[in-house]
Design a protein around this ligand. Sequence first.
Ligand SMILES: CC(=O)N[C@H]1[C@@H](OP(=O)(O)OP(=O)(O)OC[C@H]2O[C@@H](n3ccc(=O)[nH]c3=O)[C@H](O)[C@@H]2O)O[C@H](CO)[C@@H](O)[C@@H]1O
Ligand SMILES: C=C(OP(=O)(O)O)C(=O)O
Length: 422
Amino acid sequence: MDKLRITGGRQLQGDVAVSGAKNAALPILCASLLTGDTLSLSNVPGLNDIGTTLRLLGQMGVQADRDRQAGTVMLNATGVDRLEAPYDLVKTMRASILVLGPLLARFGEARVSLPGGCAIGQRPVDQHIKGLEAMGAEISIEHGYVVARARRLKGASIRTDMVTVTGTENLMMAATLAEGRTTLENAAREPEIGDLAELLNRMGARIQGHGTDRIVIDGVEKLHGAEHRVIADRIEAGTFLCAVGATGGDITLRNAAPGTMGATLDKLTEAGMQIECGEDWIRATMKQRPRATGFRTSEHPGFPTDMQAQLMALNTIADGTSVIVENIFENRFMHVQELVRMGAVIDIDGHTAIVSGVERLSGATVMATDLRASASLVIAGLAACGQTTVERIYHLDRGYERMEEKLRALGADIQRITGTPQ
Ligand SMILES: CC(=O)N[C@H]1[C@@H](OP(=O)(O)OP(=O)(O)OC[C@H]2O[C@@H](n3ccc(=O)[nH]c3=O)[C@H](O)[C@@H]2O)O[C@H](CO)[C@@H](O)[C@@H]1O
Ligand SMILES: C=C(OP(=O)(O)O)C(=O)O
């Protein structure tokens, strides 16, 4: 398995391009199942999760033509002949559940493996099921699979018990081909949902209210092909900002979407970063030791749970004590014990972490346990004195495109050590 070897202590300087958003691209690829026409996508990030999704769609019969270098993918779902997402793919990527709504809406049938628990929490999909049942689907759980059938889905008024991002996306996609009007109350407002809704509307769907907590979808008989550019990854961008916050320096992010990053930019400003933004760029200058900056994760537009570990890494070397509350996932502090191995001082009480900033971390061998935990360890390694080895970086490759190359271009001393494949 690959590892990253980092020698800390170098400031970051220069320009870096932000990739397309993983969490927008994944539902958008699944939306190809809604039509027999071609979808033509650009700014698709070069990530392992994209490869997994294309394999998943491919084994259903979707034709995909990907140019990884150019970041383009053409998809055509005319020849779909297998309405199933098997466990061996779903277990590596929970977002596979996003094929459920589109398959059911277009083909009246779907068999999708239940994802199971993962490092950050249980992550059930009961709200996806509840919403589809409200639209008239008959759903049973058989041998670890969600088995769903519906002649034609019917519009319904659905209020999810909690705000769920992929739940909102699955139901929104299903509703585009349902008979009549669907109203999603308590809908998620993440920018990736807006991006998906824009693509669907370009395909002929009639969706309004995306970006608010009430989305209204008037079902249509058929969707058609479209072209779409995936929005910039606000989490990748935020990760680079935390990195420069920890090392000091001056970087400019290109192809970014600062308009989607309000809570992250506010917190980094509070930490002492000078931030300037244009429509699609962010310049970040850090000239001081970070100030401790507490926060609570919440649904958009609140502070994103996907940035919690990275901002915690910054707080480990901040001046002062910060209180960090994780409100979305019950087990998203797996990075804490690894940060502590590097000299961080962190106490956990339930879903609260109290971080007492230290002057300096010291490099160590650490283990990545999930995607954003991995990113936090890279940030810690960049700021630490001496050498850090981050093991099990397959998590990182799920969600960051060429992270070490991008950081090296900013002056970091970071190398990938290629291991034997598992
Ligand atoms: C591919 C993708 O976009 N992943 C993102 C998505 O994950 P994902 O869509 O899986 O996360 P959700 O928004 O659904 O989860 C929010 C909370 O609701 C709970 N829940 C959710 C659905 C359900 O049916 N029942 C239930 O109890 C979850 O366990 C969690 O505690 O949003 C998360 C929260 O911003 C992000 O961390 C992930 O990066
Ligand atoms: C948790 C994440 O992703 P996923 O939902 O794909 O596991 C993430 O992007 O941080």
